[in-house]
Design a binder for this molecule. Structure first.
Ligand SMILES: [Fe+2]
Ligand SMILES: [Fe+2]
Length: 270
């Protein structure tokens, strides 16, 4: 199976680069399933119904999120009726939405997607490792699902890497989001799980992690809040990873993707 994983889509520049580049990527990579993190799609903060539909219309099959999942309150009114949007699985019981979904590709393959959130330098949630264990044992790779994709939304590289190793051999891919910077450690772990600590964001990189740079710099300089963060408005780079799996659902390769905007470009050689 061919899986395309896309990192945090930040504001209009992030959405624009998806609209501009995803059709070409779909033509060249022919993914069976596309996961994208949409937690910053609405002006950098959260996701709306209209924007989710705009992203689904580009061919994205599942939208994961993270700590910003409920920044736009309207999501609380539709997430329980929208199977294709996930919020982190390890929120307390009773929170709207769900953290894992089993989907079917057009070719009839079953894909389990799990959205987890780290706890290091982030809000104290339930244990993401216990959440991963529960989902992996309820729907084992090769039995309940033909592919298992984990979006590990976390700040600390150590926590993300630990999750990759924890799931090695039991997930097709564990890919990090949230730090908005692509890491250079794409690899297939020994047990066959494709791993990258952070996919990077779909954002303008003449910025501070996708935000217009003046206000973040001021906050570091003065330790005071001035204006609200706004997404930087220049051309964005679409960042993600492309994963190919074998009939067992284990990865045979992972390639980082960076197209458009200012970052050094990267595309898989097929
Ligand atoms: Fe984000
Ligand atoms: Fe985040």
């Amino acid at each position: 199976m061919r899986i395309l994983f896309i990192g945090d889509i930040v504001g209009r520049p992030g959405r624009d680069v998806i609209l501009a580049e995803l059709p070409r990527l779909r033509d060249s990579l022919k993914p069976d399933f596309i996961v994208a993190n949409g937690e910053n799609a609405a002006g950098g903060f959260g996701l709306t119904r209209v924007l989710a539909d705009e992203l689904f219309a580009t061919g994205i099959d599942c939208i994961t999120t993270g700590n910003h999942w409920a920044d736009q309150k309207e999501i609380l009114g539709f997430i329980d009726h929208e199977d294709r949007i996930l919020r982190p699985r390890n929120y307390p019981a009773g929170v709207p939405g769900k953290g894992a979904g089993l989907y079917e590709t057009r070719g009839g393959q079953r894909v389990l997607v799990m959205n987890l959130m780290g706890r290091v330098f982030m809000d104290a949630l339930d244990d993401p490792f216990a959440a991963a264990e529960a989902e992996l044992s309820a729907c084992p790779l090769g039995e309940g699902a033909d592919a298992v994709i984990v979006d590990m939304h976390a700040e600390a590289t150590s926590e993300k890497m630990a999750m990759g190793q924890f799931c090695d051999g039991r997930a097709s891919a564990v890919i990090g989001t949230h730090s908005h910077i692509p890491t250079a450690d794409a690899q297939v772990l020994p047990g066959g799980t494709a791993y990258q600590t952070d996919a990077g964001a779909c954002a303008d990189y003449d910025s501070v992690i996708g935000m217009e740079k003046y206000e973040p710099i001021q906050r570091f300089l003065k330790k005071m809040h001035g204006s609200r963060f706004q997404p930087a408005n220049g051309p964005a780079t679409l960042c993600g990873a492309f994963v190919v799996t074998d009939p067992r659902g284990l990865a045979t390769r992972i390639d980082p993707i960076r197209v458009g905007g200012r970052l050094k470009q990267a595309l898989p050689e097929l």
